[in-house]
Design a protein around this ligand. Structure first.
Ligand code: ITT
Length: 182
């Protein structure tokens, strides 16, 4: 099945293509201009963007909204992750964390698929911690500072690990099961 993915993020696109194409789908990027809703809820944002994407392209389409939620920063940057990354980068996150001992964090994501009749959402997360320094050259976004639970390498150091454990991988799997059932 050909799936349209409305995103401007090449990292997300590459991961979705790799995962969904291994299951026999093709994924085509569509870009559209839309002012993202401000909310603390990834699901609310993703639903709103899926409605807008459907109106813009007139075909079934999915979007994905994600964020990094850091325990000791009360969930910051959360749904503001894209903006914060642009403003202060992963260096800024490490500076904010300083030498805090509690480094727990979770990546969360919500995929919203508009099939022309309504919006279906799929959510997932990956728990882990913020490293003490940037490590690795792979991945994108916050990957150089995120270490998944039970491991020592950052996502940027091991893409193989990321592709097995990530919030996106799990959520894309749910999404593809849903598509198979249709
Ligand atoms: P869209 O066009 O799809 O909205 P975006 O980059 O604006 O792309 P979000 O609003 O969902 O995406 O913001 C999420 C931020 O978290 C963004 O800066 C991403 O680069 C980052 N991020 C999301 N998933 C990530 C992952 O798997 N690894 C590292 N960083 C990630």
């Amino acid at each position: 099945m050909e799936l349209l993915f409305a995103t401007g993020n090449q990292g997300k696109l590459g991961e979705a293509q790799e995962m969904l194409e291994s299951l026999g789908h093709t994924v085509r990027q569509v870009e559209f201009s839309h002012r993202e809703l401000r909310s603390d809820s990834l699901e609310e944002i993703a639903r709103d963007s899926a409605e807008a994407a459907w109106l813009a392209c007139g075909q079934p389409v999915f979007v994905e909204d994600s964020g990094l939620f850091i325990d000791s920063l009360n969930g910051f940057p959360g749904t503001f992750s894209a903006w914060v990354l642009e403003k202060i980068g992963t260096d800024g996150i490490l500076r904010l964390m300083g030498d805090r001992d509690n480094r727990r964090a979770v990546f969360r994501t919500c995929i919203a698929f508009h099939d022309g009749k309504g919006v279906h959402t799929f959510s997932g997360e990956c728990r882990g911690r913020i490293s003490r320094e940037q490590r690795g050259g792979g991945g994108f976004g916050y990957d150089p500072v995120f270490v998944p639970e039970g491991h020592e390498q950052t996502f940027a150091e091991s893409i193989t690990l990321k592709n097995k454990l990530s919030h996106r991988y799990k959520t894309l799997l749910d999404f593809s099961r849903y598509l198979q059932g249709k």
